[in-house]
Ligand binder design. Structure first.
Ligand SMILES: NC(=O)c1ccc[n+]([C@@H]2O[C@H](COP(=O)([O-])OP(=O)(O)OC[C@H]3O[C@@H](n4cnc5c(N)ncnc54)[C@H](OP(=O)(O)O)[C@@H]3O)[C@@H](O)[C@H]2O)c1
Length: 263
């Protein structure tokens, strides 16, 4: 059992008010950890706290991961009530499926600012509160092994954090802090459902299997963490695609070119 997963230890979860982050908070509370949920919308945070129904064991903080000032204020508040963060989870993220030509500059910037720079901001600000035996978990995406049309900005942000976490893992080895990256394929969350609604017609009807139940995804993520896996691949699609991309890249490109919708 890792050191951070003990009774009374604290997990800070960005994006903890919804979807994967929220389900992870619930699972960690069941394992007797305390949780801090960080996201922008106060109303959603309060609803999440109410739903978790664990009183003081759940702290909610409204902050924007893409704003350094907002995170600095959050850090001040958090360290007043918590002496350490044993598990730091970067789950906050956005996606807008669209061709690059149809994405506004603001939408492109938001993907990078929230999904990539936001993660770096959070780790830079909160790493000093993580003690030896602590861990950092980051939610990337299985899409990094595919390169599907319609996800240029999203894929760039999620691939970017893969490049951030590998050297970070080495930087933190001597401090006894482990680093993990999870690459989920479709998981049934509010973001997944919104993504399906917003998707242009040509992207629909792809071979994508049904989304994974969020609690099953979280169970597999926690299993990967306990086994100290660096790369956690909770779905078959991610395992298969990462294998193909690594070992048979030309074959994999050919298959995706043929099988995945294009404009
Ligand atoms: N669901 C999937 O199929 C899937 C697959 C692969 C990867 N992922 C990744 O998994 C992570 C969680 O996704 P999800 O499906 O659980 O999404 P979700 O249900 O939409 O939850 C996203 C969370 O991130 C928060 N957030 C967004 N922008 C933020 C910002 N600038 N600052 C702070 N918090 C912010 C949201 O709250 P506010 O909007 O109130 O801030 C919310 O709590 C994302 O990084 C996503 O890219 C999801």
């Amino acid at each position: 059992m890792p050191e951070w997963l003990k009774e009374g230890k604290v997990a800070l979860i960005t994006g903890g008010s919804s979807g994967i982050g929220f389900a992870l908070a619930r699972a960690l509370l069941q394992r007797n950890m305390d949780v801090i949920l960080l996201a922008r919308r106060r109303q959603l945070l309060n609803k999440a706290k109410e739903e978790l129904n664990e009183g003081e064991r759940v702290t909610v903080i409204s902050a924007d991961v893409s704003s350094v000032d907002s995170l600095m204020n959050a850090a001040k508040l958090i360290t007043k009530s918590h002496s350490s963060i044993d598990l730091l989870v970067n789950c906050a993220g956005i996606v807008k499926p669209s061709l690059l030509k149809d994405l506004s500059f603001e939408e492109i910037n938001n993907h990078i600012q929230i999904n990539l720079i936001g993660v770096i901001n959070v780790v830079k600000i909160f790493q000093e509160y993580i003690p030896r035996g602590g861990a950092i978990l980051n939610v990337s995406s299985g899409i990094v092994f595919f390169g599907i049309a319609g996800y240029t900005a999203y894929n760039a942000s999620k691939t970017g954090i893969m490049g951030f976490f590998d050297p970070l893992r080495r930087e933190l080895l001597s401090r006894g802090i482990t680093v993990h990256v999870v690459c989920p394929w479709d998981v049934d969350t509010p973001q997944y459902r919104k993504e399906q609604e917003e998707m242009p017609e040509w992207m629909k009807g792809s071979i994508r299997p049904k989304p994974m139940n969020v609690d099953i995804a979280v169970k597999r993520i926690i299993k990967g963490l306990i086994r100290n896996r660096y790369l956690i691949r909770p779905n078959f699609m991610t395992k298969f695609s990462s294998f193909m991309q690594r070992h048979l890249p030309p074959v994999w490109r050919f298959i995706i070119d043929k099988a995945v919708p294009k404009p």
